[in-house]
Design a protein around this ligand. Structure first.
Ligand code: NAD
Length: 483
């Protein structure tokens, strides 16, 4: 069978399942969420193996950042899905009297989920939890650059999930393009800003709504006012968030660090000490640091590092091992602003430090670049905190830590501007895949004549008052009835 014909048949089956109403049933939603829990629990060892094969991820990192996060999200969805599905009663002003209203969440329909390779399980299944909770049918297309994980999902899903409602379609750009030609009720995309633009223009053809979870350059602002013990804890968090989370190949990874000139050398010493403490003398041999995903990205990072002004700014690390696709944790001091290192998302183990005369300048520096997915600020200065919140724009702001807001189901996760459109996690995932349907119920009595022509000045006065003075609304309504 020609692949395109098979795709059409698959999509028709998914549409029929949605039309049948099966996925709207809370029992179906919970059963699928439970099956996903079962898959993650029973296949944990296999998952660790494929994540290691694709990215060299340590099993603890794989549990901390992917399997464990997903189980946490699944349990949260299982405990809350009925509450999320319940219609919410609305308050109507007297102008509608007598009437009641509610907001009913309804599933959007058949949705497409594209994901990236860096958390190939997490960013594929996390949105799926939202799609299932909302009662949608779905196609997931994992990244071709994490082939072991993609193939694992394609083989495991038919054993655990309802494949009449959820299908895994594997492939690269060609398959992605075929998928984008189809009509979807929602496209949820995790990936680069560049491909995000392609997704959005394809979606526009069918007026399909999109959620775009993109990347960018996430800065750290490091204030000089911290005590030495706070500095040490801050640096440990930065080091683990940069190099201990897929070697900096994370949308939320620290991209660059802003610090006052007077603190730069102390900070570099602390970073070196912390890298040694967490990953030993030879991090490449530590087996706790993930590899660069493929030759293409390895060469991209090496090219960035070898740019003349950039290589001259290396103050720690810099060695590369092409065979093992490893790059040493590398710190650079004041590299050229026009270099690729400083104009593009790094997405790797290179950490530029930019020195400023005054920490307040960090606001202007951040604002000179596209809006980031996250800003991290290490400070106890309340004024600086307020300034960052009110004078910059980003998907999120975390004070005195990095990355961990990803774990909070109560917080929306997403970007703004070039770092993304829309958000998810917890109830926000449910909302992302739902339409909020407005329902108004009226009765057949109380008809104020002022609603209808023939018009006169009294009717205008009456409508004006009714719209703006609800306290008197009922009284006026009754008066209006008499005329
Ligand atoms: P990518 O944009 O290259 O690929 C993402 C997905 O799009 C893949 O499934 C891929 O097959 C598909 N794709 C690639 N080219 C396409 C095309 N021309 N037409 C249609 N589909 C196409 O991204 P990546 O390299 O896999 O991931 C890295 C990027 O993802 C980084 O920018 C990172 O910041 C971002 N990211 C964001 C988040 C987030 O939650 N915001 C999470 C992880 C990664």
């Amino acid at each position: 069978m020609a692949p395109l014909l098979a795709l059409q048949e698959d999509l028709e089956e998914l549409r029929q399942t949605f039309r049948s109403g099966a996925t709207r049933n809370v029992a179906w939603r919970k059963a699928q969420l439970r099956s996903l829990v079962k898959l993650l629990r029973e296949q944990e060892e296999q998952i660790f193996a494929v994540l290691h094969e694709d990215l060299g991820k340590h099993r603890i990192e794989a549990y901390r950042d992917e399997v464990g996060v997903l189980l946490k999200s699944l349990n949260h969805a299982l405990s809350n899905v009925e509450k999320w599905m319940a219609p919410k009663k609305g308050q109507l002003p007297l102008v509608f009297f007598p009437a009641t209203s509610e907001v009913v969440p309804e599933p959007l329909g058949l949705v497409l989920i594209f994901s990236s390779w860096n958390f190939p399980l997490g960013v594929t299944l996390e949105p799926l939890i939202g799609a299932i909770s909302a009662g949608c049918t779905a196609v997931i297309k994992p990244s071709e650059h994490a082939p072991a994980t993609s193939s694992f999902l394609a083989k495991a899903f038919p054993r655990y999930m309802d494949t009449k409602a959820i299908k895994v379609i594997e492939g690269g750009v060609t398959e992605a393009e075929h998928l984008l030609e189809q009509k979807w009720d929602k496209i949820f995309f995790t990936g680069s800003t560049q491909v995000g633009r392609i997704i959005m223009s394809a979606a526009a053809k069918h007026l399909t709504p999109v959620t775009l979870e993109l990347g960018g350059k996430c800065p750290v602002v490091f204030d000089s006012g911290l005590s030495s013990s706070d500095r040490e804890m801050a640096v440990k968090r930065i080091v683990s968030g940069k190099w201990g989370c897929c070697t900096g190949q994370a949308c939320l990874a620290v991209d660059y660090l802003l610090v006052e000139e007077k603190l730069a050398s102390t900070l570099i010493d602390l970073l070196k000490k912390s890298i040694k403490g967490l990953y030993g003398e030879n991090p490449a041999e530590s087996r706790t640091i993930a590899k660069i995903v493929n030759k293409h990205h390895f060469k991209r990072l090496r090219r960035i590092l070898e740019e003349p002004g950039v290589s001259a700014s290396v103050v720690h690390g810099g060695s590369v091992d092409e065979e093992k696709q490893l790059i040493e944790p590398t710190i650079l001091l004041d590299p050229p602003q026009a270099s690729e290192l400083m104009t593009e998302e790094i997405f790797g183990p290179l950490l530029p430090i930019i020195t400023l005369k005054n920490i307040q300048e960090s606001i202007e520096f951040i604002n000179s670049k596209p809006k980031p997915l996250a800003i991290y600020v290490f400070t106890k200065d309340e004024m600086l905190k307020r300034q960052v919140l009110s004078e910059t724009s980003s998907g999120s702001v975390t004070f005195n830590d990095v990355l961990i807001h990803y774990l909070a189901e109560e917080l929306p996760f997403g970007g703004v501007g070039e770092s993304g459109i829309g958000s998810y996690h917890g109830k926000f995932s449910f909302d992302t895949f739902s339409h909020q349907k407005a329902v108004l119920r009226r009765r057949f009595f109380m008809e104020p004549p002022a609603r209808y022509p023939p018009w006169n000045d009294y009717k205008l006065k009456f409508i004006r008052l009714l719209y703006h003075f609800d306290y008197f609304g009922l009284l006026l309504l009754l008066t209006g009835l008499k005329r």
